[in-house]
Design a protein around this ligand. Structure first.
Ligand SMILES: O=P(O)(O)OC[C@H]1O[C@H](OP(=O)(O)OP(=O)(O)O)[C@H](O)[C@@H]1O
Ligand SMILES: O=c1cc[nH]c(=O)[nH]1
Ligand SMILES: [Mg+2]
Length: 212
């Protein structure tokens, strides 16, 4: 598995405000949206394109267009929804599948309550968006859903990642033979005794949408 920590002063600036406990929900949403666009720029470096020729007002020019099948963007509900608009702004032709998952806060195991994905993902590049990669249980289950349907490679875009979560992903998919990438704005120190990322930003879903 490949991990890319995007090292950019604008990313660091926005992430610092996102972490700040005083940042209110509307500002948190806006910053999450802006951050995903910056991360997606790096995450889509290998997006497949095909060569085309267009006629400019002056001459013919060689260029590229997004290749079919178009990529699939998969937000993991609830918190991943806060990253969907930023992704589709950059990839307007992408299709969107949904996974609803919640981590049981006692066992830290991911539970799936909704799946709305194409049955056949053969040959598709998939981009999973979820702000937090903590134990890695949620992301590992999400990636497995996509591989089971034939996805060829999966890139996860996370605002924050914990070393424990990356190690878990490495272990689970060590023999998958399929490329997996994690693109994140920061690799934090560790998880605390409740499975929260330290220093982290708290519960991303609650900060985006309020406590339920
Ligand atoms: O790496 P893990 O230990 O599995 O934890 C990460 C998951 O926890 C959060 O979602 P949560 O379960 O809080 O659901 P929510 O989006 O509805 O708030 C987060 O958005 C990830 O999906
Ligand atoms: O720190 C964490 C860990 C899991 N989920 C969150 O929203 N935050
Ligand atoms: Mg949550």
């Amino acid at each position: 598995m490949e991990t890319l920590v995007v090292d950019h002063p604008l990313v660091a600036h926005k992430l610092t405000t996102l972490r700040d406990v005083r940042t209110d929900s509307p500002t948190f949403r806006r910053l999450a949206d802006e951050l995903v666009t910056l991360l997606a720029y790096e995450a889509t470096r290998d997006v497949r394109v095909s060569e085309v020729t267009v006629q400019t007002p002056v001459a013919q020019a060689k260029g590229v267009r997004m290749a079919k099948p178009y990529p699939l963007v998969v937000p993991i509900l609830r918190a991943g929804l806060g990253m969907l608009d930023g992704m589709t702004r950059l990839l307007p032709t992408a299709e969107v599948g949904f996974l609803g998952m919640i981590r049981n806060e006692s066992t830290l195991q991911a539970e799936t309550y909704a799946t709305r994905l194409p049955d056949d993902l053969s040959g598709r590049q998939c981009y999973v968006v979820d702000p937090m990669l903590a134990t890695g249980g949620t992301l590992a289950a999400a990636v497995q859903f996509l591989f089971d349907r034939g996805a060829v490679d999966v890139t996860a875009i996370c605002l924050l990642a914990a070393p424990e979560g990356l190690a878990y992903m490495d272990k689970v998919f060590a023999n998958s033979g399929k490329p997996i990438r994690v693109v994140t704005a920061a690799l934090d120190e560790r998880l605390n005794e409740n499975g929260y990322i330290v220093p982290g930003l708290g519960d991303a879903g609650d900060r985006l949408y309020g406590v339920v």
